[in-house]
Design a protein around this ligand. Structure first.
Ligand SMILES: NC(=O)c1ccc[n+]([C@@H]2O[C@H](COP(=O)([O-])OP(=O)(O)OC[C@H]3O[C@@H](n4cnc5c(N)ncnc54)[C@H](O)[C@@H]3O)[C@@H](O)[C@H]2O)c1
Length: 315
């Protein structure tokens, strides 16, 4: 069933590349979401991705109690992206954002960062997370990781009866900017990391090849790479008791939540665990909160997860 307010796909006049915005809902307020720059096998895969991700943003804002709806945008990488072409496609994308008249406000996502937001800002006021030297809050990876650690705190109390994960074995799939910060924040835990990029391997933490990350016997699994990693097939092979991570849209479909429950595996939905970045950014950039006050809001994810796990109600 179609449940989105709007989907607009455009061919950029400067770059010739395809960019799109999916507006899932503005019921709670103007929609926010990241701008993803990625290669897809087919254009229909990009459309499916932007639709799924925009819906997840509505859930994320709602669970975090943020007065915004959900949206997302995608820039489809279908040719080599030279610096000039990157700039051109970002300016094309800014034109598209402006078509929404403020109903969609974009931040960075996979494949984009604060410098890209600075380019958007040349043509649209609706861009978050500019570099700090340009008055923005920069990368949201730190607050996102902090939110996942807050979620892990509540969930470890619920599952293991422990205040933290000291002595527990934790596998992190995706040793990128958020995964690395989570690894460093897990005091006293045995941390095993995994990444498709071998160059991310470090002696600081244990290592498993990416195709083994969802099969290793451990206490906790942290999906911190891509979505669609929890499927009926992968769930059968899991040997963990708890899953909490930042990757968006971890389930291949909603029925997988039931399969995890049947196997006695506690899963904290990604729209709850990954909300630290958006909570922090909006607190600072829209509400004018200071750094510490914004982090206190991010830490509220711990109480949200505790409520979710004890009563089934996240908000
Ligand atoms: N950065 C944020 O503030 C934020 C906020 C909310 C959600 N997320 C989500 O969290 C996840 C991680 O974000 P990030 O900012 O750290 O991204 P990132 O690009 O810095 O890191 C992702 C890492 O995953 C690796 N990877 C890709 N495919 C993989 C696979 N199949 N198996 C194992 N590793 C794989 C990449 O090589 C990379 O090192 C993403 O799904 C992102 O959408 C991030």
């Amino acid at each position: 069933m179609w449940e989105h307010e709007r989907l607009v796909v455009r061919t950029g006049k400067r770059s010739g590349m395809t960019t799109m915005v999916a507006l899932h809902s503005t019921d709670a307020g103007p929609a926010v979401g990241g701008c993803r720059m990625k290669t897809y096998p087919q254009i229909t895969d990009a459309i499916a991705d932007v639709l799924r991700l925009s819906k997840a943003m509505t859930l994320k804002c709602s669970a975090a109690g943020i007065p915004h709806g959900g949206a997302k945008s995608v820039i489809v990488v279908d040719r080599p992206v030279t610096p000039q072409r990157r700039r051109d496609v970002l300016l094309d994308h800014a034109d598209l954002i402006n078509e929404f008249g403020g109903a969609y406000r974009a931040g960075p996502d996979v494949g984009t960062g604060p410098d890209d937001m600075l380019v958007l800002k040349e043509l649209t006021p609706y861009a978050y997370c500019l570099p700090e030297e340009h008055g923005g809050t920069g990368s949201s990876s730190g607050p996102t990781a902090r939110g996942v650690l807050a979620a892990l705190k509540a969930a470890s109390q619920h599952v293991f009866g422990t205040n933290g994960l000291a002595g527990k074995k934790v596998v992190i799939s995706g040793f990128g900017s958020v995964g690395e910060l989570i690894a460093r924040g897990l005091e006293g835990a045995e941390v095993i990391v995994s990444d498709v990029d071998e160059s991310r391997r470090t002696d600081e933490f244990g290592w498993v090849p990416p195709d083994q990350a969802y099969k290793v016997k451990a206490d906790v699994l942290v999906p911190a790479a891509v979505g669609g990693v929890l499927s009926p097939e992968t769930v059968k092979e899991l040997d963990v008791r708890l899953i909490v991570g930042p990757a968006n849209n971890q389930l291949t479909d909603d029925s997988v939540a039931g399969l995890l429950e049947e196997r006695g595996i506690v899963w904290v939905p990604d729209h709850v665990a990954s909300a630290g970045g958006v909570i922090y950014t909006l607190a600072r950039e829209d509400d004018g909160a200071g750094h510490e006050a914004a982090l206190t809001r991010v830490d509220g994810i711990e109480a949200t997860v505790r409520r979710l796990l004890t009563t089934g109600q996240g908000t």
